[in-house]
Design a protein around this ligand. Structure first.
Ligand code: KIV
Length: 275
């Protein structure tokens, strides 16, 4: 028997049971080394289709493919041992029928080993969520601002500003929960709407740009670490990695150019913390 203790992985029922309890800590992850760093701190890691914009430099999530999601999902699963790992279903992989959605979700789960999938869930998606949930696919819904609908919506716009739009977001939440999703991401809505939805649905809500009124929070990791010069207005930057990386690379370039770059023996002699 191995001397290593097996870490117990957080499951969909564990997340579901956190409704109204200790807030869920969630972040996006796209690769193994970052997943390893995030894992001890997070309940849920999402391999978001934001990978298209954050890692691959696309303008929107529309060009993200199933193969990309599977590749990044496999990497995150190698890094994360404890957090529940959910993989986003990309645009075009689930909308045409519940059968299409099930086949692609099953492929994601089989090829990555992830614990759940997420779909952007307008009211139209209820049948699809029900079909998958009844066939043992743990599903997270995503309502409010739905990035895959950005082209149709004319941009990444907050939702629920008019009475009819507000009602539509509530309807999306209720339909998503009643169809069997075990959690719902709410993106880009005001605090009072997030609170009403959180009080209405029986499953945990996970907010992004949707206030503290939700049962948990998620951010794009690169946004909260300040990897980009621009971040969405609602994101607090917990670090400034773009500046710190720029400074580190400038220092390296300087040392190479002026030949002060340390030899291997000098590096070996340094204390690890000084390297
Ligand atoms: O794709 C993504 O990263 C997301 C979230 C940030 C919720 O859907």
């Amino acid at each position: 028997m191995s001397a290593q203790t097996q870490v117990r992985r957080i499951t969909a029922p564990d997340i579901r049971a956190r409704k109204g309890g200790e807030p869920l800590v969630c972040l996006t992850a796209y690769d193994a080394p970052m997943a390893r760093i995030l894992d001890p701190h997070c309940d849920l890691l999402l391999v978001g289709d934001s990978v298209g914009m954050v890692v691959h430099g696309l303008d929107s999530t529309i060009g993200v493919t199933l193969d990309m999601m599977i590749l990044h999902g496999q990497a995150v699963m190698r890094g994360a041992k404890r957090a529940l790992v959910a993989v986003d279903m990309p645009f075009g992989s689930y909308e045409s029928s519940p059968e299409q959605a099930f086949a692609n979700a099953a492929r994601i789960m089989a090829e990555t080993g992830c614990q759940a999938i997420k779909i952007e869930s307008g009211t139209y998606a209820a049948d699809t969520i029900r079909f998958m949930a009844e066939r043992s696919i743990p599903v997270i819904g995503h309502i409010g601002l739905r990035p895959q609908a950005a082209l149709a919506d004319g941009g990444f716009k907050a939702k629920g500003r008019t009475d009819s739009e507000r009602q539509r977001v509530i309807d999306e939440a209720v339909a998503t929960a009643e169809a069997g999703a075990f959690a719902i991401v709410i993106e880009g809505v005001a605090e009072d709407l997030a609170r009403e939805i959180t009080q209405t649905v029986a499953v945990p809500t996970i907010g992004i740009g949707a206030s503290v009124a939700c049962d948990g929070q998620i951010l794009v990791t690169q946004d909260m670490l300040g990897v980009f010069e621009w971040t969405p207005k609602f994101v607090k930057r917990y670090d400034n990695m773009s500046e710190r990386t720029d400074e580190a690379v400038a220092r390296y370039a300087r040392e190479v150019r002026d030949r002060s770059f340390p030899s291997s023996s000098e590096v070996y002699a340094m204390k690890r913390s000084d390297r």
